[in-house]
Design a protein around this ligand. Structure first.
Ligand SMILES: Cc1cc2nc3c(=O)[nH]c(=O)nc-3n(C[C@H](O)[C@H](O)[C@H](O)COP(=O)(O)OP(=O)(O)OC[C@H]3O[C@@H](n4cnc5c(N)ncnc54)[C@H](O)[C@@H]3O)c2cc1C
Length: 404
């Protein structure tokens, strides 16, 4: 079958654009389609989130040569403190415990990541961006796939990547089922300015409604991910500025001096979703099209970045060998490589959220003792730190900081 691109990616969110830049950067003829206008997606009012980028994910950006465009606006995470409500027991991760200089990760504004990806995309001759545009369906056969857009355009290709998010239309059309549920919690996100420097310390403070995270940003700023009962969220979001600031300060505390919200308030419904398969005929699911987890550990995008590193390596290697990049055996390999990592993190984040978001006294005792035990067993602590940094397991070349 004659083709318009070797790889067509539905969805130009962070995962779709990362896959596009990685593959097109290695010479693959790639087309990305997104419903939204890139000018809006890279604007200040599109997404208020920051991402905790694990050190292993930073290596992926290194591998595709993009970290230098992000580094100046990335705040290194040097320590993480985990505390349970008013308990004196806590868990403390320090990057120095691992013996090197590498930080545990970085906090980067999503808009910074998006801009770096779109800027790089514009320089790659083998990458074409069709946005705004919508994928309506695909048809696959032994010889190739055809992707249909809402405006009637037909694109012939070898492989389609569904990076079209949690409600992935392509996943549904392929008949791939999911296991999913909504949490009765919402993630309220905003930025605060504080009097004293944060010193690169990220804080996860477990409150009865859910985790309240204080994530160090550049300057004397922190990003707040405030997990709250979904029922209460509309009221909090509608509060006048002074009252919202008071509610926020009650949870934040005064350890960084005076604290002032400085950005808009954003809210995100929270869910867990696992696709039953990560591949269909000539179709690979990546990022939130394949899995959505609670943001309690700041790992959702990091799992997606590892999907991209694995899929890009499989596809680029196959192409160099002259193989069909949409072949079922390659897609099976991708699914085997990625599924256990994503399932493990779904289970861990769901379990942590259930364990900490309640006020049952015996449960509180058990979890606080658990925190203290992990804190006092250095080899266990180091193992957990390396896992959270994405440095364990069978890592693709990009996730080791090597080019494709
Ligand atoms: C409050 C909160 C905090 C978080 N913090 C962290 C963190 O600190 N660290 C971390 O690792 N992760 C974090 N995450 C998770 C992370 O934000 C997501 O995993 C990530 O943004 C998902 O990106 P994606 O590209 O897979 O999906 P999306 O961002 O949903 O992108 C999907 C894209 O597909 C497009 N699309 C959909 N359908 C079509 C179609 N038919 N045709 C064309 N285009 C289509 C959409 O327009 C969209 O642009 C957090 C999540 C939340 C809710």
């Amino acid at each position: 079958m004659a083709k318009d691109a070797e790889l067509v990616i539905a969805g130009g969110g962070l995962n779709g654009m990362l896959l596009a830049v990685a593959c097109a950067g290695a010479g693959l003829a790639t087309i990305v389609i997104d419903r939204q206008d890139p000018a809006a997606m890279t604007g200040d009012r599109f997404d208020g989130r920051t991402s905790a980028i694990a050190y292993g994910s930073r290596l992926v950006f290194d591998g595709i040569g993009l970290w230098s465009a992000i580094a100046d606006e990335a705040e290194p995470i040097l320590e993480i403190r985990v505390a349970d409500d008013d308990s004196p027991l806590f868990l403390h991760y320090d990057h120095r415990d691992l013996g090197g200089n590498a930080p545990l990760g970085y906090i980067v504004e999503n808009r910074v990541l998006r801009r770096a990806l779109f800027d790089r995309a514009a320089t790659l001759p083998s990458l074409k961006l069709l946005a705004p545009g919508a994928v309506s369906e695909m048809q696959a056969s032994d010889t190739g796939a055809v992707v249909m857009l809402a405006d009637g355009t037909r694109l012939r290709t070898r492989l389609v990547a569904a990076a079209d998010g949690q409600n992935s239309p392509l996943r549904r059309a392929a008949g791939i089922g999911t296991v999913e549920w909504r949490y009765a919690q919402t993630g309220i996100v905003t930025t605060v300015q504080h009097e004293h420097p944060h010193g690169g310390v990220a804080i996860e403070h477990f409150l009865p409604a859910g985790p309240f995270a204080i994530l160090p940003m550049t300057g004397n700023r922190s990003s707040i991910v405030w997990t709250e009962n979904a029922d209460l969220t509309p009221h909090l979001l509608a509060l006048p500025d002074a009252e919202f600031a008071r509610e926020l300060r009650m949870r934040f505390g005064d350890f960084l001096g005076a604290v002032e919200p400085v950005g808009p308030r954003w809210s995100y419904p929270l869910a867990l979703m696992q696709a039953e398969r990560y591949a269909g005929q000539r179709l690979a699911l990546v990022g939130e099209a394949a899995h959505v987890i609670h943001p309690i550990a700041g790992q959702g995008l990091n799992i997606g970045i590892r999907d991209i590193a694995a899929l890009a390596e499989i596809v680029v290697d196959a192409r160099r060998l002259g193989l069909d990049i949409g072949d079922a055996s390659l897609l099976e390999r991708y699914e085997r490589w990625r599924r256990s990592d994503a399932l493990l993190l779904a289970a861990v984040t769901d379990g942590l959220n259930r364990l900490f978001s309640n006020t049952i006294a015996p449960v509180k005792v058990v979890r606080d003792v658990g925190l203290a035990i992990v804190n006092s067993v250095p080899p266990l602590k180091r193992l957990l730190m390396q896992h959270a940094m994405g440095l364990l397991g069978d890592r693709p070349r990009l996730a080791r900081g090597e080019p494709l």
